[in-house]
Design a protein around this ligand. Sequence first.
Ligand code: NDP
Length: 455
Amino acid sequence: MEKTIIINPATDEKVAEYDRITVETAISKIETSNKAYQTWKHKSLEERATLMHKLADVLDENKEEYAQLATTEMGKTIGQSRKEIEKCAWICRYYADNTKDLLANQTVATEASKSYVTFQPIGVVLAVMPWNFPFYQVIRFAAPALMAGNTGVLKHASNVQGCAFALEDAFNKAGFPEGAFTNLNLSAKHVKDVIEDKNIVAVTLTGSDPAGRSVASIAGQNLKKTVMELGGSDAYVILEDADIEKATDLATLGRLQNNGQTCIAAKRFVVLEDIYDAFLESYTKKMKAAKMGEPTDEDAYYGPMARKDLRDELHEQVQKTIKQGGKLVLGGVIPDRKGAYYPATILADLKPGMEGFDNELFGPVASVIKAKDEAEAIALANNSQFGLGSGVITSNKERGEKVALQLEAGSSFVNKLVASDPRLPFGGIKNSGYGRELSGYGIKEFVNTKSIWID
Ligand code: NDP
């Protein structure tokens, strides 16, 4: 039987192995999920909300265990793993408390005696999820999808199968009916068979561009709706009136949190030339001072990357950028130690056409870009195949807002790092994907928006 082997990226040691399921077993579990859907869709919002609140409690009660699991499987520092579980509980409570309003019928004035729009569940939704936030990415899909009356099946990243089973267990502990949320420990090569199954009605994927293209095209062939949350290369425009200390504090946290592996991480810093040298000097000091350490070390600022192959790919991208004329200011050397570690790295003077400018660097490597003025900075920020998040750092909020409105991305934050929030929609444009998660926009992705007309 095929196995999923889990390697701790901090130590290179095998920590667990799980049996993969066959396509036939997956199809049978999806059948069970569809049976659960037939009952679950008729439950009242109050009944669903009670269970969603219980799930939030289960997450809180088991926070330490789940956080340790995430840290062991993908190397996130333990403090950030705990925060991830807390955020999951917040999302569950948000949807438990707000779905009634978010999915309330909308009356529309027509010639009918009564006409309105209602939002009904659609069935079993497949989620293909990544390892970088192994609990949060799943809850971000599952909490709204289940509150809307759907059921969910999960194909999680292979390297975080312990987290996937822990999530399934959490739903069971909270009292959700069997089949409401199911983990499918399936190989990626079998996702096609699952998408084609008659009981799957829609697919959501968070992950890389190639995985997204493959899943979206198979779903398209089968006329099944998709939401795609793919990569990003978020640009932050640092205007000449920015507080440099604040800008470099944000840039350090933005590039190193989650060991640099966040789709909405600050990746490209477009700095106006008046403050370029001062920014680079302060930024280099702070990135150098950030402690790389064991992810279980409470003082570590960042830990290893999730897998060695991902670390090696990142290193190749750094090498390529340097060959193309990018300036290595800090880091760029694989440390001589066990684990998938990569040091905080700064590449400066980057220009379009260079790897570090054009493509996503999914690790602790910052791209710094010089712009002569605000207009050029906006053009450079928008010169990207991606459009997930973006930011502006300035001491003038009005000016910041004007720039934010011109950035081509699903979100633009002024003087703050882009962060997801259940109250706001989350998603991208261009190659960062399509569709939205979270908020009322997210919950409406997997519903039948149905018109009712009473003549
Ligand atoms: P992938 O996109 O390969 O993995 C994400 C999920 O998709 C996993 O569950 C994976 O399964 C599955 N998957 C992969 N290929 C296919 C496929 N052809 N059909 C169906 N499912 C598939 O990410 P990686 O782990 O390889 O990371 C590579 C890059 O992806 C990163 O460097 C980063 O650029 C990007 N990424 C972006 C994320 C984001 O938040 N937007 C999150 C993670 C990665 P399995 O693990 O079994 O291969």
